[in-house]
Design a protein around this ligand. Structure first.
Ligand code: ADP
Ligand code: MG
Length: 331
């Protein structure tokens, strides 16, 4: 039997010492690790090639044992191929990729703070300044993907947005931690996000497992090929970038109030609410939040993808342009 705190070893990863688990999903485990030679800290996403190991398989009904569903090799290769083309401050970078008999390994830039999701849970909700500090960085990543790379992420959510904590700055009078209780300080211009409390520094987009390269909007051609693609695919992909903009609206909404715009315990009900774009700025939680932020959210959570804000319209919105943040010292 395996010991509780013992870190697993993986063939082919001998170069790294695995330190702790940072996250897991159905197919992947993500570990914090250190390169034994260079002392560089990294994150390693370990993806099982087979869904189940043998001990898990024993407990299954025999009909399910026949085909242990293998991870589609093409999927992980696609994730890697897309990530290799990306280099931008708001995108988690892929440092290397390798595989063993049973696993794929994605060595990634480490984001020490972990998921934005946990930070929302921890703070309950964000001040408008902190929310702006975060969403602008995410949007810069999306602008790079959409405008420069023709990539749609398709899985933007707080679990896939990672951050670096701000190192605590020694100061006799540290500014207050930007949490739920701080009022937007419109006139002071004193806001320094997170300083003094290990708050949120850099924010980056992770998890390109569902991402896709889409059509060029002007020429309506995919990267490389022309001519043989069916109309329903062309129509489909014309609006595919807008799925990231919807998700951006959901993330912004959730940061500002602490709960998501669409929720229902019943999945069919939830699906219906999303399909109709049925959400509200629920009182009393939304009462103190600015009309400008609500206007921006409304333009992102617009059901018609043709009318929904694009990434460039996002950056033109007054709530986004309202930059009374000071740059982070030493960053
Ligand atoms: P999955 O496809 O299983 O969702 P992700 O790439 O989203 O895989 O990784 C799963 C989780 O692992 C993330 O939600 C996050 O908690 C953690 N994680 C992933 N990449 C990193 C990273 N570079 N730094 C820190 N934590 C990470
Ligand atoms: Mg994920």
């Amino acid at each position: 039997r395996e010991q509780r705190n013992k870190m697993p070893t993986y063939p082919g990863l001998e170069r790294y010492q695995i330190l702790e688990k940072m996250g897991d999903g159905a197919f992947s485990n993500v570990y914090k690790a250190i390169d034994k030679m260079t002392q560089e800290k990294v994150a390693i996403k370990v993806v099982r090639k087979k869904e189940l190991n043998h001990s898990q398989e024993k407990h299954l009904h025999r009909d399910m044992k026949k085909k242990p569903r293998a991870i589609e090799r093409s999927n992980i290769i696609k994730e890697v191929q897309i990530m290799r083309q990306l280099k931008q401050p708001s995108i988690v970078s892929l440092l290397s990729f390798s595989e063993s008999q049973d696993y794929y390994y994605l060595v990634l830039e480490l984001m020490e703070g972990g998921e934005l999701f946990h930070q929302i849970v921890k703070l309950t909700y964000f001040s408008e300044n902190l929310a702006r500090h975060v969403i602008v960085q995410v949007a810069e990543g999306i602008r790079y993907l959409h405008e420069e790379k023709g990539v749609v992420h398709r899985d933007i959510k707080p679990e896939n947005l990672l951050f670096e904590p701000i190192p605590i700055v020694p100061s006799k009078n540290p500014p207050p931690f930007p949490g739920p209780n701080d009022e937007p300080k419109e006139d002071e211009g004193e806001f320094i996000p997170g300083v003094g409390g290990g708050g949120i520094g850099k924010v980056k987009i992770a998890d390109f497992g569902l991402s896709k390269i889409v059509w060029d909007e002007q020429t309506m051609t995919p990267c490389g090929t022309v001519g043989y693609t069916a109309p329903e695919i062309v129509k489909d992909e014309r609006y595919s970038k807008s799925v990231d903009m919807w998700a951006l609206g959901c993330v912004l909404y959730t940061m500002l109030c602490g709960f998501p715009p669409f929720y229902d315990e019943s999945i069919p009900e939830l699906t219906e609410k999303v399909a109709r774009g049925q959400y509200t700025f629920l009182s009393p939680w939304w009462d103190p939040i600015s009309d400008s932020s609500k206007d921006l959210i409304s333009n992102l959570l617009t059901v018609d993808p043709e009318k929904r804000f694009t990434i460039n319209q996002f950056f033109e919105h007054p709530w986004v342009k309202n930059e009374h943040e000071k740059p982070i010292p030493n960053a």
